[in-house]
Design a protein around this ligand. Sequence first.
Ligand code: HEC
Length: 154
Amino acid sequence: MRKIILTLIILFVGALVVIQFFQPEKNSGEIGSNHLLKSEQLPEEISSLLTNACFDCHSNQTNYLWYHRVAPVSWLINGHITEGKSELNFSDWGTWDPIDKITALDDMATEVKNGKMPLPSYVFMHSKAKLSEEQKARLIAWTESFSEKILTGE
Ligand code: HEC
């Protein structure tokens, strides 16, 4: 019995070591001039809310913590980033038409209102991403006033 358990432990540790060689590419591109924070002047509070709660999965730069580099966690994180960026990538903000920007702002408000974004599993691990009701309200109010601004071309 002891032998079997020992063999299983060795196999498990061996597998953990082997999978470390299969790492996804890191999401760590340059902050280009089309990034939302570069192409717009946002209120300080909003830019830090978005940085803390959204940009890890919705931009070309993820702030990795050490265990994010360990497979299989790295695979899971990479899945969120790839999927998140395909929906909405704030690094490309400056290249969008006004209508795309307004749609994105509207979607952001809906997701935050419904508690779908930031992803609850992410908030569980990132306390800074936890938005209070007040912060949510201010973020939503900002999406509305910013849309208005884009619409009127101010
Ligand atoms: C841990 C990664 C992660 C974080 C952090 C995150 N998102 Fe997402 N987001 C995703 C993924 C994955 C999807 C696509 C799947 C889905 O809709 O659930 C997505 C989808 C979206 C969509 C499109 C939803 C739709 O169906 O139209 C919007 C809008 C969005 N996120 C906004 C935000 C905002 C705003 C924040 C910050 C307050 C945020 N996200 C934080 C991963 C993330």
